[in-house]
Design a protein around this ligand. Structure first.
Ligand code: ASP
Length: 326
């Protein structure tokens, strides 16, 4: 039987980490080829090509590098891969998943996975996650769903998934909506219809900088007031509650929003921002009046990714349309 083609790339992260010597901390050293060797079942399921595109902790990934990974993944699909799997660190997985989902322009699935236990740890979850991610990438019902994150036998959509625990084995969740699917006895099940997707073209420039600040009690406004002088091209604020800031910050937001896009998200970790509930100074209604946009269901970090991509494509005027979708 002619097996489908599956492309896998390793970028690093805990899934690729082990200690060089006893007592030392783990660092990324395990290649994609070595990860694949831990999942021999895969060779009966697909013709697998594997590449090690990086061996980095995910904190050190950056947008330019992700664009090169995307171009590699595009090429794999053009060459006939029915799906693509990328292994990486979990610390920024929620951000890379959104980044890729906004740009992924194929019916074929792009699936991200990683591990919470390093390669040499007893009960390492990397091989099982890689096998599950490959199952999802190969499954027909994964088509036209964009980017999925597969961890601990759960499937989460790229725009909803968040890392909600620092060390737990089950560290990922999609607040409010839950997983988009799951693996049951090795079979891929989806719980929702495929999302409406509107992939963006590649950004024409990559030098834009988008700041992300969090509102905190009795915070000074030194950084905020200098955002324009510092040369930022956009600002996301992780606001209080339903998307609120202090009266002092509200004045600064008004000045900034006259020059660059400002998005107000919620710092709570779950729930959307409001639109028309509160009228005090610094509330969502006040901030909208002052020119800010509300992030809706997008978390602050994903809102920053969206803004970076839109500014990079000269499409910041479309921001409202994209925020209204989520
Ligand atoms: N703790 C992280 C991980 O799970 C490290 C990283 O993100 O690279 O992979």
């Amino acid at each position: 039987m002619d097996l489908p083609k599956l492309a896998i790339a390793a970028l690093g992260g805990t899934v690729s980490m082990q200690a060089r010597h006893a007592g030392e901390g783990v660092i990324p050293t395990v290649s994609g080829e070595s990860l694949l060797a831990l999942v021999p079942e895969l060779t009966n399921m697909a013709r697998v090509t594997v590449e090690t595109l990086g061996l980095m902790p995910s904190a050190s990934l950056n947008f330019e590098f992700l664009l090169s990974v995307l171009s590699w993944a595009n090429y794999q699909v053009e060459q006939g891969a029915v799906g693509v799997v990328i292994t990486q660190g979990t610390d920024t997985l929620e951000e890379t998943a959104a980044f890729f989902d906004y740009l992924w322009n194929h019916d074929a699935p792009l699936v991200l996975t990683g591990a919470m236990r390093s390669a040499g740890q007893v009960g390492a979850d990397g091989p099982a996650n890689l096998l599950d991610a490959s199952r999802v990438a190969l499954a027909k019902n994964s088509r036209r769903r964009g980017v999925q994150v597969v961890m601990g036998a759960e499937i989460h959509h790229g725009t909803t998934v968040r890392k909600t625990d620092s060390l737990a084995l089950q560290a990922f969740s999609s607040p409010m909506v839950g997983p988009s699917g799951m693996l049951l006895e090795g079979t891929v099940h989806y719980l929702r219809e495929p999302p409406r997707r509107n992939p963006l073209p590649l950004p024409q420039q990559t030098s834009q900088e988008i700041a992300l600040l969090e509102s905190t009690l009795s915070a000074d406004s030194l950084l905020l007031e200098n955002i324009l002088e510092l040369g930022y091209d956009g600002l996301v604020i992780a606001g209080f509650g339903a998307g609120h800031v202090s009266d002092q910050w509200a004045d600064a937001v008004e000045k900034i929003a006259k020059k660059i896009p400002v998005i107000i998200a919620t710092r709570t970790g779950s729930g959307p921002t409001a639109q028309s509930s509160y009228g005090f100074i610094g509330s969502e209604m006040d901030l909208i009046r002052r020119g800010a946009l509300m992030a809706g269901f997008l978390c602050p970090r994903k809102a920053r990714i969206l803004l970076w991509l839109l500014v990079g494509g000269g499409r910041q005027d479309d921001l409202g349309v994209f925020l209204a979708q989520d």
